[in-house]
Design a protein around this ligand. Structure first.
Ligand code: ADP
Length: 242
């Protein structure tokens, strides 16, 4: 059974009274342990798809299934609980809490899940260390560079070892060393059996995935499991990104 599934998913926004069809009938089944990259030009619906899969927003039509449960009709409270238990989300704009330190931001999901303060602190520092930002643990997020904030956001999303990690452009603002750190962390998560879905424009990041989905105008136009050696150039040839 897929761990995450979209069935005939449609999302229409109203933009100044005119409908914009951001997703136009997306069917997608993600198996447990898959690492999926979602690519495609700006505005093709990638963020919308991720938001619907995480239950942050509701589809105009179609269904979202998480671990065998249909979730698109659940109440906000149930969705929030489900996310806290099962999903880590890395937003494009980080969404770190400005009143908390870097370490506190990463600890928060652990405390909410019932861990003791000391264990939560240890877990947070361990992740920040892996991502090379532990030295900023006591700073406020606003004092960090974009790339550092991004890594803190990833640490926060991974803190609870959620079954499913959804990440919107997790390497978008990073130099190649920092991007490598992020991809290594995602790779380790996958080896531990976590399922990863990542929106990316970055061919290096996509090469770390084992399946690449291309969206265009709100539809899936390609969906391939990859043999890493020869598929990156193929992907680039499909082109048209950005
Ligand atoms: P991507 O992540 O691939 O860049 P998005 O999912 O952000 O694409 O957007 C898909 C389409 O939906 C775009 O045309 C975008 O302008 C539109 N859109 C996204 N969010 C909203 C919104 N809240 N209100 C109106 N239109 C939106």
């Amino acid at each position: 059974m897929p761990v995450l599934e979209a069935r005939a998913l449609v999302k229409t926004y109203l933009s100044r009274g005119a409908p914009v069809r951001a997703l136009d009938g997306v069917d997608l089944a993600v198996e447990r342990g898959e690492f999926v990259a979602i690519m495609g030009p700006s505005g093709c619906g990638k963020s919308t798809l991720l938001n619907l899969l995480a239950g942050f927003d509701r589809p105009s039509a179609g269904e979202v299934w998480l671990g065998g449960q249909r979730i698109d009709g659940l109440s906000e409270a149930k969705l929030a609980r489900l996310r806290r238990r099962r999903i880590g989300f890395v937003f494009q704009f980080f969404n770190l809490l400005p009143a908390l330190s870097v370490a506190e931001n990463v600890e928060l999901p652990l405390l909410l899940a019932g861990q003791r303060r000391r264990a939560a602190r240890r877990g947070a520092i361990g992740l920040l260390n892996e991502l090379g930002v532990a030295d900023r643990r006591d700073a406020g997020p606003a004092l960090l560079s974009g790339g550092q904030q991004q890594r803190v956001a990833l640490a926060r999303a991974m803190a609870n070892s959620p079954d499913i990690v959804l990440a919107d452009e997790p390497t978008g603002n990073l130099d190649s060393a920092a991007a490598r750190g992020v991809l290594d962390l995602l790779g380790e998560a996958r080896r531990r059996g976590q399922t990863l879905l990542m929106v990316t424009h970055d061919a290096r990041a996509a090469a770390a995935a084992d399946r690449v989905i291309r969206l265009r105008d709100g539809r899936i136009v390609a969906d391939g499991r990859l043999e890493p050696a020869r598929t990156v150039p193929d992907l680039l040839d499909l082109g048209g990104d950005q």
